[in-house]
Design a protein around this ligand. Structure first.
Ligand SMILES: [Zn+2]
Ligand SMILES: [Zn+2]
Length: 413
């Protein structure tokens, strides 16, 4: 007890209040893979709480170990650190001080919740057994940070130091639709596989007045764009969930010139692996068949970017059930809101996939309840006006993180 009091006395005057820390992160946003100040501040806060911190993992990533009594399991908790290329328009006093960069996805809030929860758990480390490995992840917004950290040999070294492979990976994301005090947690897929596909269609350039002596790649690519949409409606079984969006179509530079080629860039979303594979093979098939039908002088190029692939997030059913009970106990059953899975991507999935461990991620309500009650459109994530009700949201978020971590350190399946 004396040691505990002594360590508290040492750490309390130095550690920032969670809301103050949030406001600092918010005012000093950094883009993906540039989170230097952010990581340094986070590391400093965690050291003051008594955690063993390692910096510069997979770029700007940090890892920190919080040890309870010996003998328990290892659990991984992740918070992301990067901001977005958005010019803030909230008008808040603690708004971004960096032109064109903003914490518009709430990763500042994720970090504040984590530090606050770890602070509480650090104070009661004689009441639980095992180790918590905190992961401060860079570059979530570009779907690369988790992979970078996992590819760094130091990642495994830290896990080893903490006691081995974690039994669970846990994280939260703030919600721009749920009120503070509400959460959403459901089992199964909650975020999608994200594939990026680049297509180059080769035609034969010529005069716009004589299309018969050219092979028009714009008409060909237009037909490909329309045919791609029939993959979901005609080639997947009814009810299967998938999205193909052509986000880029580039060709030509003058009214009367038929250009030699056209380029398309696609984002392809799915949940399970068989659907993903079917989409990718059908995209190849459609593109090649349309090009052949139009007498393309050479076959189209279809490139699937395997490096940029972000796997879907799958909430482990048994762990979800266990943590739903914890959240219900804290917030009341009515505050657990069922939300449909999103077609957005989230590279938190990499921790489960690469470490072969279950993962759970929940959505934390971050909107002022009065605004939710009033109805109408709220500024969403990535909006230049996104302004969570930070103080109360961090309080609830930190409490839930603490509850979930304590539960996941308990024995049981
Ligand atoms: Zn985001
Ligand atoms: Zn985010």
């Amino acid at each position: 007890m004396r040691r505990l009091l002594l360590s508290l006395a040492l750490s309390l005057p130095l550690a920032a209040e969670p809301l103050e820390l949030y406001r600092w992160f918010h005012a000093h946003p950094e883009l993906s893979n540039q989170e230097k100040q952010t990581a340094a501040r986070l590391a400093q806060e965690l050291r003051q709480l008594g955690l063993e911190v390692e910096e510069g993992i997979g770029g700007t990533g940090i890892m920190a170990i919080l040890r309870g009594k010996p003998g328990g399991p290892v659990v991984l908790y992740r918070a992301d650190m990067d901001a977005l290329p958005v010019q803030e328009a909230t008008g808040l006093v603690y708004a971004s001080q960096v032109a064109g960069v903003m914490h518009a996805c709430g990763h500042d809030l994720h970090m504040a919740c984590a530090v606050s929860a770890l602070g509480q758990l650090s104070k009661k480390r004689d009441q639980w057994s095992g180790s918590i490995v905190f992961v401060g992840q860079p570059a979530e917004e570009v779907g690369a940070g988790a992979r970078q950290m996992l590819a760094d040999p130091r990642f495994q070294q830290v896990l080893k130091k903490a006691g081995g492979t974690p039994r669970l990976a846990l994280a939260l994301h703030d919600s721009a639709t749920l009120a503070v005090g509400q959460v959403s947690l459901s089992d199964g897929y909650i975020n999608a596989n994200v594939d990026s596909v680049d297509i180059v269609v080769h035609g034969l350039g010529g005069h716009g007045a004589h299309p018969d002596s050219a092979v028009d790649p714009i008409v060909m690519a237009s037909e490909i764009v329309m045919s791609l949409q029939t993959i979901i409606s005609r080639r997947l079984e009814p009810g299967a969930k998938a999205v193909i969006t052509v986000g880029k179509f580039v060709a030509g530079n003058k009214h009367n010139i038929i250009p030699p080629k056209a380029e398309l860039a696609l984002t392809v979303r799915s949940y399970d692996e068989p659907t993903r594979q079917k989409l990718l093979s059908e995209i190849r098939h459609v593109t090649q068949s349309v090009a052949a039908a139009y007498h393309a002088p050479q076959p189209p190029e279809v490139k699937v970017d395997e490096v940029d692939f972000v796997p879907s997030v799958y909430n482990d059913p048994a762990w979800t059930l266990r943590l739903v009970r914890v959240l219900e106990k804290r917030l009341g059953k009515n505050n657990l809101i069922q939300q449909s899975p999103s077609m957005g991507g989230e590279d938190f999935s990499e921790f489960s996939r690469r470490l072969k461990i279950p993962g759970v991620m929940f959505s934390l309500g971050a909107v002022d309840p009065a605004l939710v009650q009033k109805g109408g459109a709220l500024p969403g994530l990535h909006s230049d006006r996104f302004a969570p009700d930070a103080g109360p949201a961090i309080k609830v978020g930190a409490q839930l993180v603490e509850d979930c971590l304590l539960e996941s350190l308990q024995p049981g399946p």
